[in-house]
Design a protein around this ligand. Structure first.
Ligand code: BES
Ligand code: ZN
Length: 456
């Protein structure tokens, strides 16, 4: 039986495959919001049943948080593991969605049909590309091509708190020859890509308290310290005028880009005008001496992700608040040590506090950056398979986002991760109106069939 038969089966079954994805998308498995805990269970259960329907013995495995889904099929040849996450981001602000985020639909757009709904691109649609490739393979061949472990997580969007203990406890079961991860995008929305560099992530929340109760700003303003003033000053001081981050020791472990990678990236012809233009911007805001692609793939960042305090509702209230809050994240590269940076950041904030102010910190997770070696011949085999499917040479690229598990496969299991994804820059992941192109879904399934064929 040839690969062509599997590809033809994928083409013929696309409507059914889309129907299955829509079912999964209807389950609001928001991992960060405790109100959706039961729905995370339902999504895990749905995946168990879906794997079982293609003959994979699979089960839901409980953790202190949301369950993992694990299934194994035996076979000859390499042991491949496939990872994806079934949890999704919250949908707020709901009023900016053009439709119910959990009532997904196929929509025709100027750029072709898209599957619109929360999780369509990040990551349910991507996860299902692999499952559907296996379904078509099984239908044509009667078995899967090799030994495969399916490993789905339900906490990726909330920092994967149960993942490391689960991987450590089940290391023998999960250790494999190669870990395939489908949770990334394509370069410039068109070039099939294997991601070899992911940034790490450090999350911090801080609350500054000044007076011990909210005050009338007419009675106390000018004399009593306002914690929002303190917080704003600290946050504003995190970057200097050249766009560099001022946390002491922050750049320790940040490598200079090797010349060969720099010239490879220059060859990719990244159009930063379009990249920024598509989101209503024109001027890069990072370090003034770096190119935009370097900023995203190989430089660390600091972003304030949320800031609140005082009266933020409708109307006006002349309050001098007791507390001010912010959430801050750092994207990390190279050997930057998240724990050292956390300590240094906290010390910097404490040192900036005027008398009578206090600060409390809440830890929102920390993970190092990861870089994958592409020396295993499986990488070139996968790259050729992707190039054949898309008709464009596939590229090794960086990624500004963070996928904590990629580093854990390496550190805990000694298994090399291979990151192949079909998301596009305009998928609006984590935002209102998230979509996944039908082309990504269809050619994504076909790409995995070709990769499986090339690796086995
Ligand atoms: N799929 C994304 C990672 C990603 C982002 C890939 C952008 C390609 C482009 C993943 O689900 C994600 O959102 N990760 C989080 C990290 C997590 C610890 C909350 C991220 O990068 O913010
Ligand atoms: Zn995400």
């Amino acid at each position: 039986m040839t690969l062509d038969a599997v590809l033809a089966r994928i083409d013929a079954d696309l409507p059914q495959a889309t129907g299955r994805l829509l079912e999964l998308l209807r389950i609001p498995s928001i991992s960060t919001d405790p109100a959706f805990k039961d729905h995370c269970q339902i999504a895990a259960h749905w995946l168990v049943a879906d794997l079982q329907s293609l003959g994979v013995p699979a089960e839901k495995r409980e953790t202190p948080g949301h369950p993992m889904v694990v299934g194994h099929v035996e076979g000859d040849g390499p042991h491949l593991l496939f990872y994806g996450h079934y949890d999704v981001q919250p949908v707020d602000p709901l009023e900016l969605w053009d439709r119910d985020p959990f009532d997904p639909q196929i929509e025709d757009t100027a750029k072709g049909p898209v599957i619109r709904g929360r999780g369509s691109s990040d990551d349910k649609g991507q996860l299902m590309t692999f499952v559907e490739a296996c379904r078509a393979w099984k239908a044509e061949h009667g078995t899967l091509p090799c030994r495969i472990t399916f490993f789905f997580e339900g906490e990726e969007e909330s920092g994967s708190p149960s993942l490391v203990p689960f991987m450590e406890e089940n290391a023998a079961e999960l250790k494999s020859d190669l870990a395939l991860i489908c949770d990334t995008g394509m370069f410039e929305s068109r070039v099939p890509s294997i991601v070899t560099m992911l940034r790490g992530l450090l999350g911090e929340e801080l609350t500054i308290t000044a007076p011990d109760k909210d005050l009338h700003s007419g009675m106390y303003g000018g004399v009593a310290m306002n914690p929002i003033r303190v917080l704003s000053k600290v946050l504003a001081s995190l970057h200097d005028d050249a766009g560099r981050i001022t946390v002491p020791g922050f750049y320790d472990g940040v490598p200079e880009l090797p010349d060969d990678i720099r010239s490879q990236w220059q060859g990719l012809a990244f159009d930063h005008g379009t990249f920024l233009g598509d989101v209503g911007l024109s001027a890069p805001a990072g370090e003034t001496d770096r190119t935009p692609i370097e900023m995203i793939w190989s430089r660390p960042t600091c972003d304030v992700n949320g800031i609140w305090g005082g009266h933020t509702g409708d109307g006006f209230k002349t309050v001098l608040p007791s507390k001010a809050h912010a959430k801050v994240s750092f994207r990390l590269v190279g050997d930057q040590d998240p724990l050292k940076i956390r300590q240094s950041f906290r010390q910097m904030v404490r040192d900036a506090l005027p008398p009578d102010c206090e600060v409390e910190f809440k830890d929102h997770g920390a993970g190092q950056a990861s870089v994958t070696e592409t020396t295993d011949p499986a990488f070139e085999a996968a790259r050729t398979a992707l190039s054949n499917e898309w008709g464009i040479p596939a590229a090794y690229v960086g990624c500004g986002g963070s996928i904590p598990i990629a580093g854990h496969f390496q550190d805990i299991l000694g298994t090399t991760p291979m990151l192949v994804g079909f998301g596009k820059d305009d998928d609006q992941i984590h935002s209102p109106n998230e979509k996944y192109d039908m082309e990504s879904f269809h050619k994504g399934i076909r790409s995995w069939a070709r990769i499986l064929d090339a690796l086995t």
